[in-house]
Design a protein around this ligand. Structure first.
Ligand code: URA
Length: 239
């Protein structure tokens, strides 16, 4: 049996799967002191080394959910010196990284982990996890516009994958509440899609990712995922 070497390395938090493949191809990885090849498998008891150092999971895997408030960036470097989400993660946790991103002006669920394999599975372009948003948009989308949103829109020369938009509360002083479900994660995608059907977003919040819900978590608060939630997300590693 055994586990593919690149999967072993990414699960140990050493590097992403793609980066691990590069390390293997470059001859930097050994199994039991023999230079490994792409496609090699790791069996129980094998000693894997990267650049001569034993490669094993140093940190325990951590899976966190943050209710990101508006006014924080998801990346860790910002030319404008705006606060980033890492400032909201207690220092008692090992270093974690956001799974995907939310815009500066979007609030809601952001998952963070040091599990490289899971991050890769959830953000893979061809089978991204489903994400659910609630939004307020200008005006009230018509049936025809909702249909266009669902079947695909042309955004910067690329067609969007099937998505869904439901109006949950129309006509509130010229705006409507909507619920949006997407499987893609292009930059500012919800905003661009709503703009494309003529109903710009005035408020945007993510409430779910891959079947995991934000629930009652308060703005700015962090919690660990339950083991049931982690198992639910890990199903994406097999798809
Ligand atoms: N779509 C957006 O437009 N913004 C986000 O933050 C997430 C999805």
């Amino acid at each position: 049996m055994g586990e593919r070497l690149q999967k072993y390395l990414s699960a140990a938090g050493i590097a992403s799967r793609r980066k691990s493949e590069e390390f293997i191809t470059a001859g930097r990885v050994t199994i039991n002191d023999k230079v490994a090849q792409l496609g090699d498998k790791v069996e129980a008891g094998d000693v894997v080394k990267l650049d001569g150092k034993v490669a094993e999971a140093q940190d325990k895997m951590v899976y966190l959910m943050l209710h990101k408030p508006e006014g924080y960036i998801t990346s860790t470097h910002d030319q404008f010196n705006r606060p980033d989400v890492m400032a909201l993660i207690p220092k008692t946790y090992p270093r974690v990284y956001p799974i995907g991103r939310l815009d500066y002006d979007t609030s809601g669920m952001l998952l963070l982990t040091n599990d490289g394999a899971l991050t890769q599975a959830l953000t893979h372009p061809s089978h991204q996890a489903e994400k659910v948003y609630v939004a307020k948009v200008k005006g009230t989308p018509t049936e025809k516009e909702i249909e266009a949103f669902s079947t695909g829109l042309d955004i910067e020369g690329e067609r969007t994958a099937p998505a869904s938009l439901k109006v949950t509360n129309p006509d509130q002083n010229g705006a409507s509440s909507v619920k949006i479900t997407l499987r893609e994660g292009r930059n500012r995608q919800v905003r661009k899609m709503c703009e494309a059907i003529g109903h710009p977003v005035v408020f945007l919040k993510r409430i779910a990712t891959g079947g995991i819900y934000l629930g009652e978590l308060k703005r700015g608060q962090v919690r660990e995922l339950t083991s049931a939630e982690v198992s639910r997300l890990k199903r994406y590693e097999k798809s």
